[in-house]
Design a protein around this ligand. Structure first.
Ligand code: TYM
Length: 334
């Protein structure tokens, strides 16, 4: 608890171009939460280097992501928005938690298996212990809730396991976090293969809508989205392509899937896909405009980066000192 509010933490990687999945599954759900929770949102640049990065590109993308957080509506006065690499407590706690995490449980992580297969030439130890750094991110702030898309659930489960294991040995050191999954958009699928999640790293550019895609590209990608031959607009697992488009449309316009089914009953796929394209444009166009405006205000963004890193460091240090004392590291001499 901070000032009688529960604590919320989430983060995104500054790798690749963010997709509509990242926005609808995560960012969009974050902007209304600060009244209820003390919120920390990190640009997790330390996670990004588990895959080789061009330094200049990483720096640029990290800043673009931080700007996007604000453009999407996260008020930096009410939400702590910061770079993970600016708060050294993340790395320090990750090391400690590494010693409380088993090789067996890490090797069961599906994201590790997927990434190891994709980057067979660089299966580094960081890729393997990635979930431990994620656990450190979350536990460092005594987090109660973690808003994420469904793909991150396994990492949240291991975070809870690590925290419970640690608490079992040392007493109630960590708050045990809960996942917070949005009602709509929790899993946006590829437009070209609706059995796979929409992903930044998809090689087929038509599979994902990127947040900075121009309106024509968005409309074109929606038009080309894979559907089926049933000809009915139903939110059903038998029609994964149509179901995904309904998810996108309903998340963009804050409607329920049932409302969308009723709205398009008896209408054709062509017309529906066009409407989906317009719905996405209506959300992303204003977002892109705000990003471009904010990018011009360098000193404003710099101020946020500095102040929020200090705020995050303050809370991170509180937990870290407690953990260090519990495990027997010598006290500091003041
Ligand atoms: P990342 O950067 O892959 O994704 C950021 C957020 O976007 C969600 N997401 C999706 N939601 C719906 N449909 C999709 N197709 C889709 N693709 C991505 C993800 O679930 C996530 O919420 N390891 C994390 C970042 C991280 C983190 C943390 C998150 C590091 N530390 C602590 C929460 C708490 C990741 O790589 O997310």
């Amino acid at each position: 608890m901070i000032d009688n509010k529960k604590v919320l933490f989430s983060g995104m990687q500054a790798t690749g171009n963010l997709t509509l999945g990242n926005y609808l599954g995560a960012l969009k759900n974050w902007v209304t939460l600060h009244d209820e929770y003390e919120c920390f949102y990190s640009v997790v640049d330390m996670h990004s280097i588990t895959v080789r990065q061009d330094p200049a590109v990483l720096r640029k993308r990290a800043r673009a992501l931080l700007t996007l957080y604000i453009a999407a509506g996260l008020d930096p006065e009410k939400n702590c928005i910061y770079y993970q690499s600016h708060v050294s407590g993340h790395a320090e706690l990750a090391w400690i938690l590494n010693c409380f995490t088993y090789m067996g449980e890490l090797s069961r992580m599906t994201q590790f298996k997927d990434k190891a297969a994709k980057h067979a030439d660089n299966i580094n130890a960081g890729l393997f212990t990635y979930p431990v750094l994620m656990a450190a991110d979350i536990l460092l702030y005594q987090t109660d809730v973690v808003p994420v898309g469904i793909d991150q659930m396994q990492h949240l489960e291991i975070t809870r396991d690590i925290a419970q294991r640690f608490n079992g040995i040392y007493g109630d050191v960590f708050t045990i976090p809960e996942a917070y999954i949005g009602k709509t958009g929790a899993k946006i699928m590829s437009l070209q293969d609706p059995t796979k999640k929409m992903s930044k790293s998809d090689e087929n550019v038509n599979a994902s809508i990127y947040l900075m895609d121009d309106p024509d590209a968005i409309r074109r990608k929606c038009k080309r989205a894979v559907t089926d031959s049933l000809g009915e607009i139903r939110y059903s697992d038998e029609q994964p392509g149509v179901k995904n488009l309904i998810s996108i449309y309903s998340a963009c316009l804050n409607k329920t899937p049932e409302e969308v089914e009723r709205e398009f009953a008896g209408r054709g796929y062509g017309e529906f896909k066009e409407a989906v394209g317009e719905a996405v444009v209506s959300v992303l166009e204003p977002l892109q405009k705000r990003v471009h405006e904010l990018e011009k205000d360098k000193s404003y963004i710099d101020g946020i980066i500095k102040n929020n890193a200090e705020k995050a460091t303050y809370y991170a240090q509180k937990t870290l000192r407690k953990v260090q004392r519990k495990i027997g590291f010598p006290d500091r001499i003041r």
